[in-house]
Each structure stands twice: as structure tokens, then as C-alpha cells.
Design a protein around this ligand. Structure first.
Ligand code: SAH
Ligand code: SF4
Ligand code: F3S
Length: 450
């Protein structure tokens, strides 16, 4: 079995990696570290001793990119102090901006999400005035044979990418341009990776894809494995290994997946189901390919089969042409769906997307902000109400670590993905404990061990 934890070896040159963006990027950084460890590097958390500095970047909204431009200015200072340091920008921003990143005269390496295997070669070939770039996208690359080197602190919960890319064309979204076409990973390599994680002490795997419901593996003998079958295969590894997944697409989440979740105790009852908007006019313009009514029907089905299932979402405020009525439709859908939590954003126009080409970004900034604030305020209330409904209930919680509130308290998650804090009582990360929720905030269930 390969090392799944960073190698400690002072004689090796050091790589420092900063990660921005989604869970897939976090997992990609673990793939990158695996490739670089094989090439002789060791990870450092101290940028000052790194000979290679990497930023794994995100393009989803303009502010995500602005943060990285700020970091590039910081990296410039490192290079002034130590001219031999190499700086690499990898990930979605590398794919989107390509050689524009070289204009900064700070960046030596630009590598897109499908070119990480070439990183050692790119590093070798860098010379003064000869930066290196590989932004080719692939139809096949899934890094299936690479064992990610885990950078999490607890050793309890790990990401497994089950697919890459996206074949949807949501009009606001840059991901299909930065990550290329959708491809699924061989299920045997997914199961093997999950089993190795269990053997290394991990107790939870989170299966990642932009649209997990369209996972589809076709074997050479014509056999196919879809997402619900993959869920079963991973769930059957061990009842001690929890299974989570993200992200589900409302147009594709099937009854089969919902029933499969209900059949296995160790598949966590939580679905992240981004709705984006409650207005049919906006959903149409966003090209999400479902209606408000369809979305609420799916929520109804989930609740019918699994009344205790956690439901979370993503919402965009102020998309092109959004009227006050469209906004009110989003608020009323949030109430009807009674989300447990949400990620909420202002629309940010991304160059080259369908929306950028077709629709003016015409909701004034102050209106976007005001609408987003209303959405956040409503979600705070819904989250608190959801937690209040859980008071007095008991949950099986997987301990993840020491609570930020107190060294004598631990935190962990319920299957429905709520964070609980409770007295340590000799438990450790990786243990399962039963707790009762006794009080709450909008973000946390304060609990006692039962
Ligand atoms: N594949 C996932 C989403 C990935 S991006 C899905 O389809 O649900 C994560 C979230 O970022 C999206 O759900 C959306 O809410 C938000 N997002 C994407 N593009 C955006 C943009 N241009 N402006 C603001 N938010 C955006
Ligand atoms: Fe973007 Fe839509 Fe694909 Fe999600 S499903 S990554 S929002 S294009
Ligand atoms: Fe993820 Fe950001 Fe790329 S959300 S897929 S890192 S654009």
C-alpha cells in the first residue's frame, strides 16, 4: 500500500500548496501532492522554506480570482527574497486565464486540472525567461490509479473524486470551461481507495462529482455501473465506514438513489441539492432544466422516503433580469423546502459563459446585496428552526476533532450533516458516539453523550 499521509523527510526539496474553491480542488491538491512526492518533494506548511509554491485556484466567482491575484503579489515578495523559488498556478483559474497569468512575471508554471501528471516535467523544464504551461483538457483523465496523499488534520473523513468535468451548460457557470467534459472513474479504483482509507483509520468517505447522479461507468465487457450501484458498492465495504456524496442535480436525482440511501444505515441521510432560484423564469434562463414544481416534488419524495434526511442547497441572488417577484419566489421556495443550510452567493458574471454572451448583468450591485442579505437572514432563521426541531432527539455522531469552543469538548457530525459539540468523555476522533441535542444555535447542536 502507498503512503497516504505526507512524507516527512528534511532532505527533500519542499512544496507548499494553497487550495481555493470546492471540495474537488481540495482532493486535486492531494493528487498533486501524490505526484510530487513520487517526484521527490515533501510537503511543507511554511512557505518560507518551499522551493515550489503552488496555488490550486478557483474561477467560480470574480472574488475567488481576485483573492488569488492578491496572493500572486505576495509570492512576488518570496521570489524577491529567494530568486530560485518557483511559483505555479494550477486549477480552474490556470485553465481559464492560461498565459495571462504569465504577464505577472511571478508565475513560472501554469497547469490546468487535467495536466497534473505533467507537473514534475513542467518543474524540470522551467528556466529563466522560459515559464511552462500545460492547459490541455482530457476526455479520459480521472487520476484513477493515483493514491491521493491526504492533507486533512483529523484522519477521519476523506474525499474521493468519482468523476471529473461537467456536461451541463448552466448559463452562469464557468466549470464546464475549466474542467472539461464529464467522465466517470472506474468503480473498482473507487472501492479500493475507500477500503484503503478504512484500513488507515478513516471512517467517512465523501464521493465527489459536479453531478453525481450522472455517474456512469461502462466496462469493456459492456457492463455498466450507475450512481446507485456505486453507492451500494462503497456502502458494503464496512458498516463502520460512512458514505456521503455531493453534488446531486435536481434534474437527475432518481428514486433509485433515494431508495438506496434509505436501505443502508451507513449512507448518510443528507442531500446537497442546489436549487439556485425559486423562479421558473430564472431557472429557465439559467438552463437548469427543471422547474420550481419539479424541485419541490423531488424534495417531497426525499422527505417521504427519509423523513430525517438533511437537505442543503446553493442559491444565487441577482441573476440577469431577476425581478423583485423572482426574488420573492426564491424566498418562498426556501420556506417551502425548509432547508437545513445553504451556500448563498451574488451572481458574478463569468466571461465566456452563455449568460455573459446573451444576458446583461443588469441587477444593480446594491440590489444584489440587499437580496442576498434577505436570503441569508431567512436561511439563518430556517437553520435555527431546523436545529430547534432536533432538540431532544438522539443522533449517532462521528467524532471529527476538538471543538473550537473548548479543549474539553469534541465536535462531530450527524448523518444529516449537522455539527454537534459535546463533552469529550474520553472519546477520540474516529469514534462513533450517541448524543442528545440539548440546545442549539443556528449553526450547532449543543449535545450531551447518552
Ligand atoms: N455542480 C454543482 C455546483 C458547482 S459550483 C451544481 O450544479 O450544483 C457551486 C455553486 O456556485 C453553484 O451551485 C452556484 O450556486 C454557485 N455559482 C456558480 N456559478 C456562479 C456565478 N457565476 N455567480 C455566482 N454563483 C455561482
Ligand atoms: Fe456548473 Fe451546472 Fe455543471 Fe454545476 S451542473 S458545475 S452549476 S454547469
Ligand atoms: Fe471548483 Fe471553483 Fe473549479 S468551484 S470546479 S475550483 S471553478
Amino acid at each position: 500500500m502507498k503512503d497516504i499521509r505526507p512524507i516527512k523527510d528534511d532532505s527533500r526539496p519542499k512544496v507548499y500548496i494553497e487550495t481555493y474553491g470546492c471540495q474537488m480542488n481540495v482532493n486535486d491538491s492531494e493528487v498533486i501532492l501524490s505526484i510530487l512526492q513520487d517526484a521527490g518533494y515533501a510537503l511543507t506548511e511554511n512557505i518560507g522554506e518551499a522551493s515550489l509554491i503552488l496555488a490550486n485556484t478557483c474561477s467560480i466567482r470574480d472574488n475567488a480570482e481576485q483573492r488569488v491575484w492578491g496572493r500572486i503579489d505576495q509570492f512576488r515578495l518570496q521570489k524577491q527574497r529567494r530568486p530560485d523559488v518557483l511559483v505555479g498556478i494550477v486549477g480552474c483559474m490556470a485553465e481559464r486565464l492560461k498565459d495571462k497569468l504569465l504577464d505577472s512575471h511571478v508565475v513560472d508554471i501554469v497547469a490546468g486540472p487535467d495536466s497534473y501528471r505533467s507537473l514534475p516535467e513542467l518543474v524540470r523544464n522551467v528556466a529563466p525567461d522560459s515559464p511552462q504551461m500545460n492547459v490541455l483538457l482530457s476526455h479520459e483523465e480521472t487520476y484513477a490509479d493515483i493514491t491521493p496523499v491526504r492533507m486533512d488534520r483529523n484522519g477521519v473523513s476523506a474525499y474521493i473524486s468519482i468523476m471529473r468535468g461537467c456536461n451541463n451548460v448552466c448559463s452562469y457557470c464557468i466549470v464546464p470551461y475549466t474542467r472539461g467534459v464529464e467522465r466517470s472513474r472506474d468503480p473498482r479504483t473507487i472501492v479500493r481507495e475507500a477500503r484503503e482509507l478504512l484500513e488507515a483509520g478513516y471512517r467517512e468517505v465523501n464521493l465527489l462529482g459536479q453531478n453525481v447522479d450522472s455517474y456512469l461507468w461502462k466496462d469493456v465487457d459492456g457492463q455498466t455501473v450507475g450512481f446507485s450501484r456505486l453507492l451500494e458498492m462503497v456502502a458494503e465495504i464496512s458498516p463502520e465506514l460512512r458514505v456521503r456524496f455531493s453534488t446531486s442535480h435536481p434534474k437527475d436525482i432518481s428514486d433509485e438513489v433515494i431508495y438506496t440511501m434509505a436501505r443502508y444505515e451507513n449512507i448518510c441521510r443528507h442531500i446537497h441539492l442546489p436549487v439556485q432560484s425559486g423562479s421558473n423564469a430564472m431557472l429557465e434562463k439559467m438552463r437548469r432544466k427543471y422547474t420550481r414544481e419539479w424541485y419541490l416534488e423531488r424534495v417531497g419524495k426525499i422527505r417521504e422516503v427519509m423523513p430525517d434526511c438533511g437537505l442543503t442547497t446553493d442559491i444565487i441572488a441577482g441573476f440577469c433580469g431577476e425581478t423583485q417577484q423572482d426574488h420573492l419566489d426564491t424566498l418562498s421556495l426556501m420556506e417551502e423546502a425548509a432547508f437545513d443550510a445553504a451556500f448563498m452567493f451574488q451572481y458574478s458574471e463569468r466571461p465566456g459563459t452563455l449568460a455573459a454572451r446573451k444576458y446583461p448583468d443588469d441587477v444593480p450591485a446594491d440590489v444584489k446585496t440587499a437580496r442576498l442579505n434577505e436570503i441569508i437572514a431567512l436561511q439563518n432563521r430556517l437553520s435555527r428552526e431546523s436545529n430547534e426541531r432536533d432538540l431532544g432527539k438522539t443522533f449517532k455522531v462521528l467524532v471529527e476533532g476538538v471543538s473550537k469552543r473548548s479543549p474539553d469538548e469534541l465536535f462531530g457530525r450527524t448523518g444529516s450533516n449537522k455539527v454537534c459539540v459535546f463533552p469529550s468523555a474520553g472519546h477520540r476522533p474516529g469514534d462513533y458516539v450517541r448524543v442528545e441535542a440539548v440546545s442549539c444555535t443556528s449553526a450547532t447542536l449543543i449535545s450531551r453523550i447518552v
